[in-house]
Design a protein around this ligand. Structure first.
Ligand code: PLP
Length: 305
């Protein structure tokens, strides 16, 4: 088995990625009973690490999981994973699972929660050399799991709807997908949020979706350009009729969407506002208020938490 090169932290130790393994009895595996977050490192700097740690801690507390580490300790563990991995550009994941119950009881309160972190090479939904061509998506009939059932603002591994949506898209000749809410609105895709631009107005769904940190970043960058994104349900027809569509994700930033169900979005090329956002997003990776040097965290003295 080939593993991406990297470093993981589990059971209190840093280990090579290939050695980071969990029991098949972990509820994280058996029941998708876990939460996680993914932050990236670009040219040796974490991007919006505080926001990712905040979301991770809020998610864990919402589903009654104990991470076992405070925010400063988390930062240090993540930085140390990156430092040991040697990656300048990294995909850095933190996970807490329900864990294993020592008595194999069916009561989740008996399980001992497990924290894992790892750093592997940065991964893309759409590689930079494919950016001009843009992402091609299908709008799937597969419904995103209802927010009343699984809270999508708690980042989770309930991905079977997203994966079945991908197969639906492949069957229809599209390499990617967005799911709907069953009431005529699009929500999100496998690992990304969506934005539609029409006549200078920008809309992004707000319910039934993860509140992505890249989504937040795009909203803030748009505000700097004098554009206030409307956060409200986004109709399928509105998406199809948009002048520009883009996706946002930690795995690639602002990503132009140029075809929907094999029809061009606008004139089929990356839109002007999307292009401006792509440029600003990558430029923002040196802003001191949004980035933190990995080596600075790794060098921080350990404080009692
Ligand atoms: N929506 C889902 C379901 C996701 O899993 C992700 C990220 O993996 C996103 C949206 C985008 O969130 P972020 O910008 O924080 O990466």
């Amino acid at each position: 088995m080939q593993y991406p090169p990297g470093t993981a932290f589990m059971d209190g130790e840093f280990v090579p990625m290939a050695e980071a393994k969990i029991s098949v009895l972990d509820w994280g595996f058996l029941r998708s009973d876990a939460t996680y977050d993914v932050v990236h490192v670009w040219k040796g700097r974490f991007f919006r690490l505080d926001k990712h740690i905040e979301r991770f801690m809020r998610s864990a507390s919402r589903i009654r999981l104990d991470i076992g580490h405070g925010p400063d300790q988390l930062q240090r563990i993540l930085a140390e994973c990156v430092r040991r991995s040697g990656h300048e550009d990294a995909y850095v994941e933190m996970i807490v699972t329900r864990g294993v119950s020592p008595t194999f009881s069916r009561d989740p309160r008996d399980a001992i929660n497990r924290f894992i972190a790892f750093a592997i090479p940065f991964g893309w939904i759409l590689r930079p050399e494919q950016r001009e061509d843009g992402l091609h998506i299908a709008i799937s009939k597969v419904q995103r799991i209802a927010p009343e059932a699984v809270d999508p603002t708690v980042k989770n591994y309930h991905w079977l709807d997203l994966v079945m949506g991908l197969y639906d898209a492949y069957d229809r000749g599209a390499p990617n997908v967005v799911l709907s809410d069953g009431a005529g609105h699009v929500v999100e895709g496998p690992g990304f949020n969506l934005f539609a631009v029409r006549a200078g107005r920008v809309v992004t769904p707000v319910t039934g979706v993860l509140h992505g940190i890249t989504r937040l970043t795009a909203i803030e960058l748009l505000r700097e350009l004098g554009v206030e994104a409307e956060q409200r349900p986004l109709g399928e027809g509105e998406l199809r009729g948009a002048d520009e569509v883009f996706a946002t994700s930690t795995a690639g930033g602002v990503i132009p969407v140029t075809r929907i169900d094999d029809q061009p979005v606008g004139d089929g090329a990356m839109g002007a506002l999307t292009r401006q956002l792509v440029e600003r997003y990558w430029q923002a990776h040196t802003r001191p208020e949004w980035t933190t040097e990995v080596d600075d965290i790794a060098a921080m003295p350990q404080a009692a938490e």
